[in-house]
Structure formats: C-alpha cells, structure tokens
Design a binder for this molecule. Structure first.
Ligand SMILES: Cc1cc2nc3c(=O)[nH]c(=O)nc-3n(C[C@H](O)[C@H](O)[C@H](O)COP(=O)(O)OP(=O)(O)OC[C@H]3O[C@@H](n4cnc5c(N)ncnc54)[C@H](O)[C@@H]3O)c2cc1C
Length: 497
C-alpha cells in the first residue's frame, strides 16, 4: 500500500524544516510527510544540542574534529572502518565523515554528513552571516532576494549582539577597533562587528542556538494533525511516471522493511552530498548532477589576545555561563571581488589562555572538474551509490588563499602575536559548507539541476533544497543562504499545491 500525502519532504535539517514551516503556514490544510534517515540524538527531537545538555555540543564538536583529524592521517584510504572498528551502524547518531560510509573522499577528506533527526542543524555553531555582491545569484530579482532573506533571518532567529545578554565584555570594542583598522572596508555596513548568530541571547545562560525544532516546532512535537514525521527510514529511490515522481521507496534501517509513499509534490533536502546521490540512485541524472561542487577554502588560526595592548588585564576577561563555550563571536565581512573572504572570529578561554580563533573562508572558483562521481556498481555501507569526490584548488584559488592568509595575518597581529604554528589551511570539505551539487540556474543549459523555483528541470513535482542548490561561490557560511533559497522554493511548492 502506498500512503498518499500532498507534500513529502526528505530530510529534517534546517532546509527541510524551512520548507515544512513555510508550506504549512501557506497551506495549513496540506498533508505533509517528512522522512528522515536519522534517529533521535537527544530526548527532544530537532532541538539543538546546546539545549539538551550543556556539554553535548562541545562533545559532539570535539568528536567531529577528532574524526576529521583521523581522516587527515589516512587521506589515501577509501574506508574509515579500519581505524574506527566496525564503522557506522543503524544505531549510530551524530555527524560522521563521509568516508566513514565507504566513499572515496580522499580529495575532500574533511566532508561529513549528519545522521540524526535535525541533521547538522542540531550541531551547528549557528553563524548566520549574509551573502554579499557576487554571492547573491544575479538571476534572482534583488528585491525578492532581500525580502526572502529577512524571512530566512527570522526563521533562523538571526541576531546581532553579545552571546550572553547580561555579560559585559570590555574586550569587544577594542577588538572591533583593531579589526576595522587591520582589515578596512569601504562600505560602513561591511565593517568588523558582531557575527550574526542564529538563536537567542539569554541572561546567565548559554546562547540558545536555533535548531530545526525552533524553525518548525509542529514537525517535531506532533502538534499539527496533518504533519507526520517518520524517522529511521532511508529514502532509497524516487519512482517516476513521466515527468512526475510517483512514489518514494524507503527502507527501515533497523528492520529492513520497505515502504512506499506518494506526494503530489516531493522536496528532497537531504544535504549537498546525499541529495544528488538519491537522484542518481533513482536514475534521475541531469548533466549537472554532482558537478561544480564548490566550497570556500578554510584557513584556521588562533591568537592569544594581548590584553595589555587594549589597556586591560586578565581580571577583565568575562566568564560565560556554564555550557557556553564562547565569550564572543565576531565577523569580518567580505567586500566583494576586492576581498572575497570573510573572517569568523570566536573569543574564548581555553587551558587558561584568552584566545581569539581567526578563521577565514575564501571563495574558490566554480569549476566542473570539482565534482562527485557516482558508481553504478559500488554501494556505500547503507546500500546507496558509492561516491568519489574529485576536488582541487585552481591556481587562482591558491592565489586567493595566499591573499586571505595575509588578511588573516594582519587581523591576528592586531590582536596579539600570531605564531606560525597556529595557522592552518584545513583540508577541503572541513568547512561543512559544500554547495553547487544540485545547483539552481536560470536556464536548462546543462550547468544547473533545478530552475529558479528549485524544481528539477523536466520534472513537474520534484523540488530540491539545501546547500547543494546554491549556485554561487560563497565566502559566508552557507546555511542562511540555503534558507533564503528554501523560502523561495517553499513559495513555489505552495503554489504547486
Ligand atoms: C559542528 C558544525 C558546525 C556548523 N556551523 C555552522 C555555522 O556556524 N554556520 C552555518 O551556516 N553552517 C554551519 N554548519 C553547517 C550547517 O549545519 C549546514 O549547512 C546545515 O545543517 C545544512 O542543512 P540541510 O538541511 O541542507 O542539511 P542537514 O542539516 O545535513 O540535514 C539533512 C538531513 O537529511 C537526512 N537524509 C539524508 N539522506 C537521506 C535519505 N536518503 N533518506 C532520508 N533522510 C536522509 C539526514 O539524515 C539529515 O538529517 C555546521 C555544521 C556542523 C556539523
């Protein structure tokens, strides 16, 4: 038997949650089914880890970093199972390196996927900087983009200010002043300042980071009778009838039981790697599928804050409430082609040192050589098509990385003394912001997978959402940009219903 719904969404990360929220609001009577491969990671589905347990977010992040470092040691390896025991099991939850599932990500070793309700949206740091200049798709009407961006900022609860409402931090203004001088901007709106963060600043408590549950509470708490969430079920295939998806086939990851669902409209929001994987598995293989994988290069670093330089002492360092790892979160925005790179700077105390992490993301060229190759013969550890990633930096990328390192150096030296060993270019994939694998385009010219409404070219009822749809080379963290596009796509889905 095939259960029938108006809309079926695959994936409960921020993109799936934005689609569910918007369509439910615009079409309150529509029946919506959301299918999610992952299971519960906390007692409250879709809630950000920082809310569940004060140490859970840090533990999850440390775990991810540990695994990413392990991948560094085995760059040439195809599988992680040798160093991680038996690897993934249906009971595993959390964020895992893609290589963990048997894929060949030797050229993109930092890449990871979330395997839990809420996707990466329950783990994320929640930085929500907005895109600028070339980062905004030129084929979208600017007024429409701006309006959708405001809606997306509202949904992610994007906020600009101190992380803890009642915590005075005498270091903030001197840090801003130092950064503004070291990394100047001709546009007063693009000066160094607070990093926009998705969440709510509270008094005496950690910053309440936005999880998918905050975006679409009814999806997770069962409060809407016509909205259903099924978890622990992997969508393995989209069946087609002419230009329509006629059914979604799922497999229960524990029992192995198969089921079929039909939606008048289907939206796949299963991340930038597994969305194209599912299309490939279903025989939906447009020329641009998995091609033009893009990621900003990640240049990390950490500098000890020189308090004396700002007329302050160690006694002035504020102590954040239990469970809040950061004292402050700051932003040095990109300014377009002149400096297509942005800094995410996090202030914290660690091991008795007062530190500012000086991470910079710089845009890289969009090139067809950077792509995911799917296999017709090999499968991953859950039986989906095996992926090999081809990825390298062009000469222009390497030059941009060097330029960005000089920006990072200037910024860090304005805060303290920046030792060489604290500067590091992260392996490709490590930003977790991969884009372009199912990119949006204005024309069906072989360089895009979806039209400007997110509808797969040639299909009547199949839409895609998430980072993979983003068609531009971003400097900024990708989630807000993907959410802006999801607001747009949800509008088209509502109209189609
Ligand atoms: C530690 C960490 C920090 C981060 N910090 C930031 C940040 O500060 N700012 C920022 O912008 N971004 C950040 N990110 C990235 C951000 O979380 C992602 O951009 C965002 O979650 C992507 O949303 P999504 O809904 O497209 O995908 P995801 O959140 O990955 O959700 C996809 C969902 O689809 C499900 N799924 C996949 N395949 C199938 C299938 N075949 N069947 C059923 N379900 C399936 C998955 O289980 C998953 O739940 C961070 C990520 C991590 C892990």
């Amino acid at each position: 038997m095939t259960e029938q719904y108006d809309l079926v969404i695959v994936g409960t990360g921020p993109a799936g949650a934005v689609i569910a929220r918007q369509v439910h609001e615009q079409n309150p009577d529509a029946t919506i089914l959301v299918l999610e491969a992952g299971s519960d990671i906390t007692g409250v589905a879709g809630e950000h880890l920082v809310e569940a347990d004060e140490s859970a977010m840090n533990a999850s992040y440390d775990d991810l970093m540990r695994r990413a470092r392990q991948i560094e040691y085995v760059k040439g390896a195809v599988s992680m199972t040798e160093i991680e025991g038996d690897g993934w099991t249906p009971e595993s939850t959390g964020v895992f390196p893609a290589a963990f599932f048997g894929h060949n990500f030797a050229a993109f070793p930092g890449a990871s996927v979330a395997w839990n309700i809420g996707g990466m949206g329950v783990h994320w740091t929640a930085a929500t900087p907005w895109p600028y200049a070339e980062e905004i798709p030129d084929f979208i009407d600017r007024a429409e983009w701006d309006a959708d961006q405001e809606v997306a900022r509202g949904l992610l609860r994007s906020y600009v200010g101190p992380l803890v409402a009642d915590m005075d931090n005498p270091f903030t203004e001197p840090i801003f002043a130092a950064l503004r001088e070291a990394v100047p901007s001709p546009d007063p709106e693009r000066q160094a300042g607070y990093m926009p963060m998705g969440g709510v600043a509270r008094a005496g408590a950690p910053f309440a980071r936005t999880g998918p549950r905050d975006i679409a509470p009814f999806l997770f708490d069962g409060s809407a009778a016509n909205v259903t969430l099924r978890t622990g079920v992997l969508v393995t295939r989209l069946e087609q009838d002419g230009d329509r998806v006629s059914a979604l086939v799922t497999r229960d990851l524990v029992t192995g039981e198969e089921a079929r669902y039909a939606g008048r409209v289907v939206v796949v929001a299963a991340d930038a790697l597994r969305t194209p994987q599912l299309l490939w598995a279903s025989g939906i293989r447009p020329e641009a599928l998995g091609v033009r994988l893009n990621e900003h290069a990640t240049i990390d670093g950490e500098v000890e804050i020189d308090a004396a330089r700002f007329g302050l002492t160690a006694a002035d360092i504020p102590v954040p409430p239990n469970g809040e790892p950061f004292i402050g979160s700051y932003w040095s925005p990109s300014i377009g082609a002149e400096r297509p790179a942005h800094g995410q700077l996090m202030e914290r105390e660690f091991d008795g040192r007062h530190l500012l992490s000086v991470g910079w993301y710089c845009a890289t060229e969009i090139r067809p050589e950077n792509r995911i190759e799917f296999s017709d013969e090999l499968v991953d550890s859950v039986g989906m098509p095996h992926m090999t990633v081809h990825f390298s930096y062009s000469d222009a990328d390497l030059a941009e990385i060097r330029r960005t390192q000089a920006v990072q150096l200037a910024a860090a030296n304005a805060i303290g003394v920046f030792p060489d060993e604290e500067r590091e270019i992260q392996p490709p994939g490590a930003s977790l912001h991969y884009t372009g694998t199912v990119r949006m385009g204005a024309d069906d010219d072989g360089e895009s997978v979806v039209d400007t409404d997110g509808r797969v070219w040639g299909f009547g009822n199949l839409f895609l959402a998430g980072n993979g749809v983003i068609p531009t080379a971003l400097t900024c963290n990708s989630t807000l940009t993907a959410a802006v596009l999801s607001v747009r796509i949800a509008r088209a889905v509502s109209a189609a219903l």
